[in-house]
Write a protein that binds this ligand. Structure first.
Ligand code: PHE
Ligand code: ZN
Length: 880
C-alpha cells in the first residue's frame, strides 16, 4: 500500500540499464501456504552505460527476502540494503552471479500480478511489472535474458507444470512431489515470463510451418472445459498460416501452449510460447458462446500469437513504447479478422469502438499521446489510445505506403531489430528506410494527443466544371499540450454524380486517366483541392474507410446522407451516412416532445434495408443498429443522459411501429434450419433476426413475445438464446423476463462464462438493472469479488452500458460506483482503476450530473491508503 504520493516517471529520464542479465535460473517450490523462489542471475555491467560506479538495484514488490549470495558467498545484512521495493547492493564486480531466495504467498495474491492462484491452479501475470512480485530483478523490458525454470510441486494436485520454451528435464521428488525443467532459448524481458501448475487436461494438435517444421500445439484447460477448445485451436492454426502468408513470419519454438484461467485482469497475455488467456477470451462452444464471443476469441488468439514477432522477438525499450507492440499487433489482428470475415463489417466495428471510446478518452482528462511522455502507474496506460489509436496510426502508414512498401518496411523492421528492445521511432524509421518516404511530420501522431478535427467546405463552379474542396485541420488542446502542429493525414475520398455514379477525380485539368477514389495527403493547416471536369454538383464521400482517426465536420444535408446511404461504393461510408442520419434525427428529438419530428425518410430508408434482400446482409445487419447512447453522449456538448436515452428509445419505437410487419417477415425469412456456422452470412442472419425480435419486443408486440419465448426454448446456440433472452429482459413482459432469467440460470449455473453473460444482460438493461437490482446481483451466490470477470459483468456493465440508470439524476449510480471502487482498491487496484473510467469524463455532462460525478471522484480521492493506480486516475480527472 502507498505510503507517500506516487512519483511521475518521465520518458525524458530514460537511461540504458547499468547492468545486464544474461541468464536467469529459477527454481520454484510450490506449496499450499506459499512458494519459495530461488533465482540465480548471471549479471554484468552494461558497456553502453555511462554509470560505471552505479550500485546494483533490483526491483521487488511484496517479497520476503530469505537470502542473498554473490558468486556463491552468502551476503550479510550490511552488504546489501532491502528497501522493500528495491534490493540495493553498493559494490559488485564487473561480472558476477547473484543468488536470491524469496518467499511469496500466491494463495493470498488478490491483485493477480506476479504468481497467484486461480481455481486451484498456480499461474502468473508479469506484464507490465509483475515479475518483481516473484523475485528481485531489473524489471524493465530492455533487460533481456535467457530463462531456465524448474518447477516443483505436489504430483497429484499439480500434474501439469509449464513454463516458457521446451521441457528439458522432469522427474520424481520425495513426499509425492515432482518437477519439470523448462528452457527458453530466446532472450526475453521478464514481463514475458510465465509459469502454470495445475490439474489440467491437455488438448493437442500440430501445425507444419512454411519451412516444414512440425509445431506441437497444446491447450491446457480445467477438465470441465475440455469440449470448449476447438475454436481457439482452429483460430490459432489460421493465425499461424496467415502470419506466414501476409508478413512472412514463421513460428520459432517447437511448442506453442495456451492456458485458460478464470481469474485474470485482462483478456490474454503473450508470454513466450505459453500464452495465458482469460477463460472468457478462449473457451467457446456453440451452446455457450455467442457469435460475438467466437469472433472475439479468434481475434484475441491471433493477437497474442502475432505478438510472438511484434512484441516478443522485437520488444519495447521501455513502457512509453507500449504502442510499438500493441498498436502494431492490433493492426495485424484487425487485418487478419478482415481477411477471415467481412472487411467492411470489421472496419465498422473497429471504428465504432474508436469513435465512441477512444475519442472520448482523447477528449478527456486522461488524454495522452500514443507514445506518452509520462505516467505514474503503467497499468493505467493499457488504453484505447495505445491499442486502438496506435493501430490506426500503423494503418495510416499502410495507407500512405501501400501494401507492398509497407511489407518491405515490416520485413526490414523485424530483420533489423530481431532480439532487440526498441522504440516507436525505430519502427517508423524502418518504414521510411524501406519506402524512401519522409515520415518526419507523421511522427507527430505519436507525440501529440487529441483527435484532429477536419472542417470541410466546398464550392461548385458550374461554368468551369470545377469542384473545390477546402479542408482545415485543428487539433484540440489536451492536458499539458496546447498549440499543436498540423499532422500528416491521409484523407481518402470519392465524388458521386447526380445519378450515383463515381466521378473521375482529376486534380488538374489535363489529367486523363483519373481514379474514382484518391488519398489526399493533408500536411498544412488548410488545403484547397480543385477537381476538374465535374459535370454537375457532386456529393462528396469523405474520409472513406475512415482513413484517419479524425472528426470530420461538413454540413451534410439529409438528402446527401440518404443519397450516400444508397449509392456510396464504399460500404463503410454507406454505413456511416446512415449513422449520421440517425444521429441527426435523434439529436433533433431531444428537445422536442413531438414524435412527428421524426423524419419519415428515416423510416423509408430502414424499410428498404429490412426488405431489400439484394443488399449485403452483413452490412444491413450493421446499418440497422442505431448509434449507441455512448456515441450520442460523445457527440453531445453537455450531455443529459436520460434525455438522450429517451430520445433514442422513441426513435426505435417509432421505427418498430412503422415497420412492424416487415420486422416479422424479416424474422421469419432469416429462419435457419441448417447446421450452426460462424460465417459472415450466418452471423448476419442471426443478427438480423435478433434485431427484429428486439424491436418487436420494444413495442410490446404479442407475436414478437411468442417468437422470443419459442426461440429461447428451441435455440441450439447461444447467439439465438441470448438474443431472445435480451429481448425479453428489455421488454415490459415482466413475468416472462423473470421466468426466462431463472430458467437460463438453472440451465447454465455451472458454467462461469455463461453466468457472466447472464449477469451482464441484466446489469446492462434499464428494465432489469436498476440500482436495487444491481445490489441483488452483488449478493448472488455466483458473484465473486475476487473474479474480475464477475466484477466487470455486473459493475462494469451497469456503469458502462446501462447509462440511463447509472446517470440517475439523484446521483445514486455515481455514489454506488465510488463505493465499489473503494472496496476493490485494496484487493485489486488495477481493476479498481479501470472501473473509475465512467466517472472520469464528468465535465462532459450537464451541470446537474457533473457536480455529482465530481463529488463521487472526491469520495474516492479521500479514501485512506489509495493505490497508485486509482490515485493517478482520480487526481488527473479532478485536476485543471
Ligand atoms: N499484453 C496483453 C495483450 O495486449 C495485455 C495485457 C497487459 C495482459 C497487461 C495482462 C497484463 O495482449
Ligand atoms: Zn497485445
Amino acid at each position: 500500500m502507498r505510503t507517500s504520493q506516487p512519483q511521475t516517471i518521465y520518458l525524458s529520464d530514460y537511461k540504458v540499464p547499468a547492468y545486464l542479465v544474461d541468464t536467469v535460473d529459477l527454481r520454484f517450490e510450490l506449496f499450499e501456504d506459499g512458494a519459495r523462489v530461488h533465482s540465480t542471475l548471471a549479471i554484468r555491467r552494461n558497456p553502453d552505460s555511462q554509470e560505471s560506479a552505479a550500485p546494483l538495484e533490483l526491483d521487488g514488490d511484496s517479497l520476503v527476502l530469505e537470502s542473498v549470495a554473490l558468486d556463491g558467498t552468502a551476503l550479510s545484512d550490511g552488504d546489501y540494503e532491502n528497501r522493500g521495493e528495491q534490493l540495493v547492493i553498493r559494490s559488485v564486480p564487473e561480472r558476477f552471479s547473484l543468488s536470491v531466495v524469496t518467499w511469496i504467498e500466491p494463495q493470498n495474491n488478490t491483485r493477480l500480478e506476479g504468481l497467484y492462484k486461480s481455481s486451484g491452479m498456480f499461474c502468473t501475470q508479469c506484464e507490465a511489472e509483475g515479475f518483481r512480485c516473484i523475485t528481485f530483478f531489473p524489471d524493465r523490458p530492455d533487460v533481456m535474458a535467457r530463462f531456465r525454470t524448474r518447477i516443483e510441486a505436489d504430483r497429484e494436485a499439480y500434474p501439469v507444470l509449464l513454463s516458457n520454451g521446451n521441457d528439458v528435464d522432469r522427474g520424481e521428488l520425495d513426499d509425492g512431489r515432482h518437477f519439470v525443467t523448462w528452457e527458453d532459448p530466446f532472450p526475453k524481458p521478464c514481463y514475458l515470463f510465465a509459469l502454470v501448475a495445475g490439474d489440467l487436461v491437455e488438448k493437442r494438435d500440430t501445425f507444419t510451418t512454411c519451412s516444414g517444421r512440425d509445431i506441437d500445439l497444446r491447450m491446457y484447460v480445467e477438465p470441465r472445459n475440455a469440449e470448449k477448445c476447438d475454436h481457439a485451436m482452429d483460430s490459432l492454426k489460421r493465425s499461424m498460416r496467415w502470419d506466414e502468408d501476409v508478413y512472412g513470419r514463421e513460428y520459432d519454438l517447437d511448442i506453442f501452449m495456451i492456458v485458460a484461467v478464470d481469474d485474470f485482469n485482462m483478456g490474454a497475455m503473450e508470454n513466450k510460447g505459453l500464452n495465458i488467456f482469460n477463460s472468457s477470451c478462449v473457451l467457446a462452444s456453440q451452446e455457450t458462446a455467442t457469435d460475438l464471443a467466437f469472433q472475439r476469441i479468434e481475434a484475441i488468439v491471433a493477437h497474442e500469437y502475432f505478438h510472438n514477432w511484434s512484441g516478443n522477438r522485437v520488444t519495447c525499450r521501455d513502457w512509453f513504447q507500449l504502442s510499438l507492440k500493441e498498436g502494431f499487433t492490433v493492426f495485424r489482428d484487425s487485418q487478419f479478422s478482415a481477411d477471415m470475415g467481412s472487411p467492411t463489417v470489421k472496419r465498422i466495428e473497429d471504428v465504432t469502438l474508436l469513435r465512441t471510446a477512444q475519442f472520448a478518452e482523447d477528449g478527456g482528462p486522461m488524454a495522452h499521446p500514443v507514445r506518452p511522455a509520462s505516467y505514474m502507474e503503467i497499468s493505467n496506460f493499457y488504453t484505447l489510445t495505445i491499442y486502438e489509436k496506435g493501430a490506426e496510426v500503423v494503418r495510416m502508414i499502410h495507407t500512405l505506403l501501400g501494401p507492398d512498401l509497407f511489407r518491405k518496411g515490416s520485413d526490414l523492421y523485424f530483420q533489423r531489430h530481431d532480439g532487440q528492445a526498441v522504440t516507436t521511432d525505430d519502427f517508423v524509421r524502418a518504414m521510411e528506410d524501406a519506402s524512401g518516404r519522409d515520415l518526419s511530420q507523421f511522427r507527430l501522431w505519436y507525440e501529440q494527443a487529441g483527435t484532429p478535427v477536419l472542417t470541410v467546405s466546398d464550392e461548385f463552379d458550374e461554368g468551369r466544371g470545377v469542384y473545390r474542396l477546402t479542408i482545415e485541420q485543428t487539433i484540440p488542446d489536451t492536458p499539458g499540450q496546447s498549440n499543436k502542429k498540423p499532422q500528416h493525414i491521409p484523407f481518402a475520398l470519392g465524388l458521386l454524380g447526380s445519378d450515383g455514379q463515381p466521378l473521375p477525380l482529376r486534380l488538374s485539368g489535363d489529367e486523363t486517366e483519373a481514379p474514382t477514389e484518391r488519398v489526399l495527403e493533408l500536411t498544412e493547416g488548410v488545403h484547397t483541392f480543385e477537381f476538374h471536369g465535374i459535370p454537375s454538383e457532386p456529393v462528396p464521400s469523405l474520409l472513406r474507410h475512415f482513413s484517419a482517426p479524425v472528426r470530420v465536420r461538413y454540413p451534410w444535408t439529409r438528402e446527401q446522407m440518404l443519397f450516400l446511404m444508397n449509392h456510396d461504393p464504399d460500404g463503410f461510408n454507406r454505413w456511416d451516412a446512415g449513422q449520421r442520419l440517425a444521429v441527426d434525427v435523434i439529436q433533433r428529438l431531444i428537445g422536442s416532445p413531438d414524435d412527428a419530428a421524426i423524419d419519415p425518410r428515416l423510416v423509408e430508408a430502414y424499410r428498404k434495408l429490412i426488405t431489400d434482400t439484394g443488399l449485403d446482409q452483413a452490412l444491413v445487419a450493421k446499418m440497422l443498429q442505431l448509434p449507441s447512447e455512448a456515441y450520442l453522449i460523445e457527440l453531445a456538448e453537455s450531455a443529459d443522459v436520460p434525455a438522450i436515452h429517451r430520445a433514442r428509445e422513441r426513435v426505435l419505437e417509432h421505427l418498430a411501429v412503422a415497420l412492424r410487419d416487415e420486422l416479422v417477415a424479416c424474422y421469419q425469412r432469416q429462419h435457419d434450419s441448417g447446421a450452426y456456422e460462424v460465417t459472415p452470412e450466418a452471423i448476419a442472419r442471426r443478427s438480423l433476426r435478433n434485431t427484429a425480435l428486439g424491436w418487436l419486443l420494444m413495442i410490446n408486440d404479442d407475436e414478437g413475445r411468442a417468437l422470443a419465448v419459442r426461440q429461447l426454448n428451441e435455440a441450439d446456440n447461444m447467439t439465438d438464446r441470448m438474443g431472445a433472452l435480451r429481448a425479453l429482459v428489455n421488454s415490459d413482459y415482466e413475468a416472462d423476463r423473470r421466468q426466462a432469467l431463472d430458467d437460463f440460470y438453472d440451465r447454465f449455473r455451472d458454467d462461469p462464462q455463461v453466468v457472466e453473460q447472464w449477469f451482464s444482460v441484466q446489469a446492462a438493461s434499464d428494465r432489469a438493472g436498476q440500482l436495487s437490482d444491481i445490489e441483488q446481483l452483488l449478493v448472488h451466490p455466483a458473484f465473486d469479488w475476487k473474479n474480475p470477470n464477475k466484477i466487470r459483468s455486473v459493475i462494469g456493465s451497469f456503469a458502462g452500458q446501462n447509462l440511463a440508470a447509472f446517470h440517475n439524476p439523484d446521483g445514486s449510480g455515481y455514489r454506488f460506483l465510488a463505493d465499489q471502487v473503494c472496496r476493490l482498491d485494496d484487493s485489486n487496484p488495477q481493476i479498481a482503476a479501470r472501473l473509475v473510467t465512467p466517472l472520469t469524463r464528468w465535465r462532459k455532462f450537464a451541470p446537474a450530473y457533473s457536480s455529482q460525478m465530481q463529488s463521487a471522484l472526491e469520495r474516492i480521492r479521500d479514501k485512506e491508503g489509495l493505490s497508485r493506480d486509482v490515485y493517478e486516475v482520480v487526481h488527473k480527472s479532478l485536476a485543471g
